[in-house]
Ligand binder design. Structure first.
Ligand SMILES: Cc1ncc(COP(=O)(O)O)c(C=O)c1O
Length: 392
């Protein structure tokens, strides 16, 4: 090999950092964005926005969709549309990101945290049942049950739907992490009265920041649209009967979303492929237990997540530190909401009396780089770093 053809790597060359989850742009996004610029449709209305809402609703089989500025905004609107106010309680999955709970507090309502089920890591039907029974005894049923579909996995709605139905409490599905997953033959996000997606940059598809609400109840989505546009009445002068929000997505972002929707299936296949490869390449480490996939549907495997069955939190933390040192972004599983100083005053209902699943998952769980664009070479680097960290 001559000097001209050799690949020269300087000994102190910086190691390329592998991120947890990054955007993966397809072929069509630029065209839709260019059309928005060409038509001067760059504000919060326009052809991309209308088409994105139609295309998203068609993709998931919902009656109607509303594109908004974030998943958090979508949750806020969903709760407000279902009448949540300062006198109310909202039951909510504890194992989630704070964005699921903050909108409950924006409305002055009281969250009650419900533990996870070991088979899905999502809301425990057993804990929910005990919580609903206790709430009925006290005459304080929740206004809404907010169920989070975690890391691309749908919750077990076989039990949750009938429980909530029998108590007459509507479900809001936080499907921020589960677009493209299924529950039986239904799309994740379409089981609850209202479903909410996120198109944040780390999600399975992105609009560079954004979210959406879906529902079969067209009137509810129209009400959310009204509230999302400062609750401005359809009159020539600026006329308002109630307090609203500035929560609409822009037509430029919706253009990115239209392109991304066209590659959603490919992105799901890629993320599932990443997960399967980790499982195969790390099969020789028996202490690693992978997040289960429930039999009633397909997870999108938004993130590849596992727990360590020996060594506890100290070993897990050492693993994360070691990966960080190797230029690899891996993360803890969400810290449960009942453990957060800001929410610790609120009630928590564990899976079984004296046995909290979310605490166990938080104590030993970790999320690995899971981007749909992750190359096999990058994934081998992650696997070698895990091998090195967990070597006896
Ligand atoms: C479970 C969950 N809910 C809600 C959100 C909020 O979405 P956004 O970041 O679009 O506001 C996120 C992600 O950020 C999330 O992971």
């Amino acid at each position: 090999m001559t000097a001209a053809t050799a690949t020269i790597i300087a000994p102190d060359a910086p190691v390329e950092r592998i991120a947890l989850s990054v955007p993966d742009i397809g072929e069509h996004e630029q065209r839709f964005v260019d059309e928005a610029f060409a038509g001067n449709w760059i504000g919060p209305l326009g052809p991309n926005l209308d088409a994105f809402e139609r295309e998203l609703a068609a993709r998931v089989g919902a009656g109607k969709a509303l594109a908004v500025s974030s998943g958090t905004a979508g949750l806020h609107l969903a709760l407000r549309c279902l009448g949540v106010g300062s006198e109310d309680r909202v039951f909510c999955s504890s194992l989630t990101f704070a964005a699921s709970v903050n909108p409950i507090r924006y409305l002055g309502a009281e969250p009650v945290f419900v533990d996870s089920d070991p088979d899905t890591w999502c809301m425990s039907p057993r804990a929910l049942e005990r919580a609903l029974q206790a709430a009925q005894r006290k005459g304080r049923l929740p206004k809404v049950v907010l169920v989070v579909n975690l890391y691309g996995q749908s919750a077990d709605f076989r039990a949750i739907e009938s429980l909530c139905g029998s108590y007459g409490v509507p479900i809001v599905e936080d499907a921020a992490e589960s677009l493209g997953a299924t529950f039986e033959a239904r799309a994740s996000g379409t089981i609850g009265r209202i479903g909410v997606y996120s198109f944040n940059g780390n999600k399975i598809i992105t609009t560079g920041g954004g979210g959406a609400i879906v529902s079969d109840d067209v009137a509810l989505v129209d009400r959310a649209r009204h509230l999302a546009t400062q609750a401005r009445e359809a009159r020539p002068e600026y006329h308002h009967l109630e307090v609203g929000y500035n929560y609409r997505m822009s037509n430029v972002q919706a253009g990115i979303g239209r392109g991304q929707l066209r590659v959603l299936d490919a992105r799901i296949a890629a993320r599932r492929g990443v997960f399967d490869r980790y499982r195969k390449l790390l099969a020789h480490i028996p202490e690693i237990t992978w997040m289960p996939e429930a039999p009633f549907g397909q997870s999108s495997r938004w993130l590849s997540v596992a727990t360590l069955t020996s060594g506890g939190a100290a070993t897990r933390d050492a693993l994360l530190a070691s990966l960080d040192g190797a230029g690899i972004e891996a993360r803890h599983v969400w810290k449960p909401m009942h453990r957060q100083p800001v929410f610790e005053a609120y009630d928590y209902i564990p899976h079984e009396v004296g046995f909290s699943v979310s605490d166990r998952l938080y104590g030993t769980g970790f999320c690995l780089p899971s981007s749909s664009s992750l190359t096999e070479a990058q994934q081998h680097r992650v696997v070698h770093a895990i091998d090195a960290a967990l070597a006896p």
